[in-house]
Design a protein around this ligand. Sequence first.
Ligand code: KIV
Length: 271
Amino acid sequence: MTALDKAEALRRRKGGCPIAALTAYDYPTARLLDEAGLDVLLVGDSLGMVVLGYPDTTQVTLEHMLHHLTAVARAKPRAMVLGDLPIHTYATPAQALATARRLVAAGAEAVKLEGGIHQAEKVRAITAAGIPAVGHLGMLPQRVIEEGGYHKTGKTPAQAAALLAGAQALIAAGVCAIVLESVVAETARYLTTRSAVPTIGIGCGEGNCDGEVAVVTDLVGSFPWFVPPFARPEADTAAVIREAAARYVARVQGRASDPTDHAFAAAFGLR
Ligand code: KIV
C-alpha cells in the first residue's frame, strides 16, 4: 500500500471502526505494535520526554526525529508511519514542505504538525506535494512554555468555535485526520461530528473521537516518573524491568568472590 493509499484508508475510517494509534520510537516496539494490529504508529516528538529525558518537546530537533523515524520505518510496518514536524522546523510553507520531505525520506508516510488556521498554508504546501498530513489541535505541547503548562481546552463556546475554525481550515487544506489533545469531552464530540475527516483523541475521554492515540510508555507503564492523569496503563513494564535488573544484580554479585578454577590450576602446576 502506498502512503497515499494509507492516508485515504485512514480518511475513510470516519465514523467507522475506531482508529487505534500509538507512539513508537524504535524498531522492536514498532514491530511489536504492528504485530498487535495498530493502525498508526506515531513517531511523536514526545520522544523528547519519554526517550531522550528532556522536560518537554521543545528541545526535539529534526535530527532526533529522523534518527527515530528511520528505526521505526526499518520495521516496515503495515500500519501508517506518522512523523511529527518538530518545533522550529515549519515556520513557513516552504520550510514545512522541506521538513516534511526530510521526514518522508526517513520513512514517514504522513506528517503531523501542531496548530490550526495559521498552519493551513503549510498543510496546503505539504499535501499539494503529495505528502499526507495530519493536524493537531487543542493542547499543543510545542507551546507548553508559552501556555504555562498542560491545560484542557475547548471549555468555553469561544474556545470551541476557535477549534472548529481551525479544524475546518486544516480540512480545507487537505489533512486526512486531526489529533485532538486535551479537549473537553463535549467539545471533542462536537468537533468530531462537525469534521469531515477522522478525529483521533488523546486526553479527550475515550470514545469521543473517531479514534484514540496514546503514548506507548503510558500504555505499557515504562515511564513511571510522569504519567498523565488521563493515561490508562495496560501493563507495568517498569516493575518488570526493575525486578529483572535486581535479579541480575543478585545473580552476578551473589556468586563466589574467588573465581579460581582449582582443577585447572593443579593441572597446569599453578597455585
Ligand atoms: O508526540 C506525541 O506523542 C503526540 C501525541 C501526544 C499525540 O503528538
